[in-house]
Design a binder for this molecule. Structure first.
Ligand SMILES: CC(C)(COP(=O)(O)OP(=O)(O)OC[C@H]1O[C@@H](n2cnc3c(N)ncnc32)[C@H](O)[C@@H]1OP(=O)(O)O)[C@@H](O)C(=O)NCCC(=O)NCCS
Length: 149
């Protein structure tokens, strides 16, 4: 199987990217009708929206946001439900870390959903309060974590 983490580029990539995030990060958590596929952050200069593809098929999403001074946040991390629990989250996390390193990042941070903290701990992240000001609205129950690259 060929795993690749690609920059979201054409219209079909954007459609797959939004569909995975809307379903896994919003609708699966009971949040209907609020996912915004035109959110300016996805198109900002600091943002690197990425798709995990397996043999060319989109199965996962992650956005690397460059925060400056060697730090970046990964956001909206999701693997499509039918593919969860098969190691693809681990593959995507490793490829995202590699991509971040190539962008000059030495410290990755995340606002982890409470139910996903176990996944990050298994992939080498530790709890770390990197910016409590981010824990508002939809992120209010998140756990802040980081990984030094
Ligand atoms: C969290 C997520 C990205 C993990 O991807 P995945 O492909 O299911 O993870 P993997 O199969 O690579 O699992 C790696 C390890 O983490 C563990 N793990 C995965 N999800 C976990 C979770 N939610 N809680 C605790 N452990 C978890 C696995 O059991 C596995 O452990 P093992 O190596 O001992 O078997 C994926 O389940 C997902 O998209 N969940 C819904 C959306 C979400 O919550 N995203 C995170 C937002 S911060």
């Amino acid at each position: 199987m060929r795993h690749e983490l690609v920059a979201v580029a054409d219209a079909s990539d954007w459609a797959a990217f939004h569909a995975i995030r809307r379903v896994e990060l919003f609708e699966a958590k009971g949040r209907f009708g609020i996912y915004n596929d035109q959110h300016p952050d996805d198109y900002a200069d600091f943002a690197h929206p990425l798709l995990l593809k397996v043999d060319g098929r989109a199965v996962g999403t992650v956005r690397i946001d460059l925060l400056g001074q060697g730090r970046a946040a990964i956001r909206l991390v999701a693997i499509t439900a039918t593919e969860q629990g098969r190691g693809l989250g681990t593959v995507m996390e490793a490829l995202a870390a590699e991509r971040a390193r190539a962008l000059g990042v030495s410290e990755l941070v995340v606002n982890s959903a409470a139910e996903a903290a176990g996944f990050y701990e298994k992939t080498g992240w530790t709890r770390y309060d990197w910016d409590p000001a981010e824990l508002v609205n939809i992120a209010s129950a998140c756990i802040q974590m980081r990984k030094l690259l």
